[in-house]
Design a protein around this ligand. Sequence first.
Ligand SMILES: [Zn+2]
Length: 469
Amino acid sequence: MMMDLVIEKGLIVTGAGVFEGDVGIRGEKIAAVASTGMFPEAASRIDASGMYVLPGAIDTHAHIEEPFQGCVPEEDWTQATRAAARGGTTSVFNFVIQEKGRALADLIQTHKARAGRLSLIDFNFHGVFTDFSDLDAATAEIPRLFDLGVTSVKQFMIYSREGLATDDWALYNIMREVSAQGGIVGVHAENCAIGEGLTARLAGMGRTRATDWPRAKPPFVEAEAAQRAAMIAEFAQANLYIVHTSTRDAVQIIGGFRARGLPVFLETCPHYLTFTEERLSAPDGKYQVVSPPLRRREDVDALWKALAEGTISIVGSDHNAYGRKDKDPGYERSGFMGVANGQPGILEILAILHSEGVRNGRISLPRMVEVSSTNAAKMFGIYPQKGTIAPGSDADLVIFDPRKEATLGSNLYEAADTSFYEGMRVTGFPVATLVRGRVVVRGGELLAGPGSGRFVAAAVRPGMYAGIR
Ligand SMILES: [Zn+2]
């Protein structure tokens, strides 16, 4: 069979294992995967000797172009997804937060059109309801989201000041309807009353330095909300996804729900796997105020263990590119109360999982692929179109050099001017990224333009959550 492109002699990694071979691509799809030399006819070839060939990462958690807490991101869809592609991410799930009084589905249409003009990688969304003044109207909208190809909703359990917090009754009702449609509800799990109460009390005492931030939201704040969300989900017979898990306590509690076979899943982020709260003491610590806060060493270790064992299933970025322009004056004025929670991270998922995880023996290569790609595709309804290397799947591929050294930080972004990872050295980095058979980045050079990314419609099917670990 004549191939358009063959990626040859690489170590092909999927969730199922590792083998040396060639990937044959025709058009936008993987046509065949075979041992080396089986595709003699090809219009072009990429030699991947000594490289890993991975399914492109799927970032389940991004806030591209989302204003929050008085800050506006420094970048647009094109700049964010160029960074994503450089880091080996080929699909992203971005949040669409309802504007009160406006239909969420309409807003998703608007975002879909804008991302379609600007994105370099494929994309979908998680809807976020914020208007609970008419709960029946909100739940009646949920089937429309599924018609649009969106099968997940994420709700905030905190942020009442920002008008985002979902009370337990609204959460329960949204869970019921989303699960009736076969989808999944994500939650930002933090106890609203106590988290915000402790934050206000610390602020009242003038303790608003970045180093005080972990005291505003101690592990209890996350663990209690995670447990409550899981209990509500069990009662509602719902599928639940808890985003950006940061604590050992939440992992232990949710591990119990998972051991009982309940469809409750955890996501964590690269920064919770890399840093402790000591990162907040650095000269640039004021930029590292995120929610939940960076934690202690025992939490970091527990997250890696849970990731390896299957209690945590997904690593997403929680990317927010708020810049110094907004954060500096805010921090000057009122410490952590004045800086939008969030940091860029859309580029570092594979680099951190490999350098900190695989190289240190904390996770295997197939597990890196599961938690960065395969599980996300399964959970959010785009598998096997995305998330694996198999005939018929989209040719979303990363050629990853396990020996390449790179320095992480804002130097890798076009618009973000702060980073958790400023100056951090890693070993292993993508050298080429393909989206649907097209080379988007190769050797650091960008080869695709705005609008080459496309909306990837999600769909539910029976049993889709069953095998995810
Ligand atoms: Zn987030």
